[in-house]
Design a protein around this ligand. Structure first.
Ligand code: GYE
Length: 328
């Protein structure tokens, strides 16, 4: 029910911000915002869910970079892949009297206590890179991130094209209960449903981690077998792990099996150049510009869009080389 409210509230926002143009507009209007309150620098707390993959590390580093450029103090907490630890981290940030809290939430549900603590303390909360089940503008100020459904639609359409609309697919999902996981599942599955010869023959979770991706792929080959011709991994790290498992089983990635994933990491682009990964849909961890623009707007008492969605590209063999240097 609350998810429905979230969608209605999001749809009703007057100031919708999709794409780089809209973000630039926000940045332009906030260039003169103060980054201190009276005597003290703005203090922003960041509850990161973990640092288990390069994406998470890149996201934290990008926030640190931008905060230091603006003269804002950033306090980073590592949730160690535990929602309870993240809630405790938020309590501790509230006790430290930070001015804002950014939350990169492990899962979608179960943040009501955190919302209330922040609301009671008058500290605006920003949901970053994954969504939370709450009401924007009430439970949290804004969500900054990608369009996960769209990412998976683009991945599925690429796969349809690459396989002549015929593929038995292994799906590697990230972590159960995360918004990007069920949105990517939805986008991918609804898209391949349009093609009668495309189907998912096996699906499993691999925590968005490389080693897990490798282990899960090894297990799939053992228990399901080799009767598949494509892999859709919900992030690059799991795809790269799966590629290692395929090679170890003498299945040639890029030849016997077509692989598509999401994120656009440097290692993924290298793998595309090596002819192993077929394509990756960008999901950028570099969200600091948008996050701090939202904070600056709020400091200026200007309206902040409830959803700030970034544009994302597709990388394949046609553009991997030209984009590798800027990849994370
Ligand atoms: O794709 C993955 C990360 O939440 C959008 O989480 C993010 C996802 C990203 O661990 O690599």
């Amino acid at each position: 029910m609350k998810r429905l409210l979230l969608l209605i509230a999001a749809a009703a926002v007057v100031f919708s911000c999709t794409g780089k143009g809209a973000v630039d507009q926000v940045q332009e209007k906030t260039a003169d915002a103060p980054t201190s309150r009276g005597e003290h620098n703005l203090v922003v707390g960041f509850s990161q869910m973990n640092h288990v993959n390069p994406w998470r590390v890149a996201e934290t580093n990008d926030l640190k970079r931008k905060a230091s450029e603006l003269g804002i103090d950033l306090i980073v907490k590592d949730g160690e892949s535990s929602q309870q630890k993240q809630i405790d981290d938020i309590k501790s940030l509230v006790n430290s009297s930070v001015d804002y809290i950014i939350l990169a939430p492990l899962v979608f549900e179960g943040w009501d206590e955190a919302f209330k603590i922040c609301r009671d303390a008058g500290i605006p909360l920003i949901a970053l890179d994954r969504e939370v089940n709450g009401i924007p503008g009430v439970d949290f100020m804004t969500f900054v991130g990608g369009n996960f459904v769209k990412e998976a639609v683009v991945a599925a359409e690429w796969l349809a094209e690459a396989t002549g609309k015929s593929a038995k697919i292994i799906e590697l999902q990230g972590r159960e209960g995360a918004s990007c996981v069920f949105d990517r599942e939805k986008g991918f599955r609804e898209t391949i449903a349009k093609y009668e010869n495309m189907s998912i023959v096996w699906s499993d979770y691999a925590s968005f981690e490389r080693l897990k991706g490798q282990q899960v792929m090894e297990d799939i080959i053992l228990s399901y077998g080799r009767d598949f011709d494509a892999v859709f991994a919900q992030n690059d790290e799991m795809a790269i792990g799966a590629i290692q498992a395929l090679k170890a089983a003498n299945i040639q990635p890029g030849v016997d099996v077509t692989i598509v994933s999401i994120d656009g990491s440097k290692d993924a682009l290298k793998s595309i150049i090596a002819g192993e990964l077929g394509a990756t849909v960008e999901c950028t961890p570099k969200l600091a510009e948008q996050v701090f623009s939202a904070i600056m707007r709020n400091e200026l008492h200007k309206s902040v869009p409830h959803r700030i969605i970034v544009e994302e590209r597709l990388f394949d063999k046609t553009n991997a080389i030209e984009n590798i240097n800027e990849a994370f």
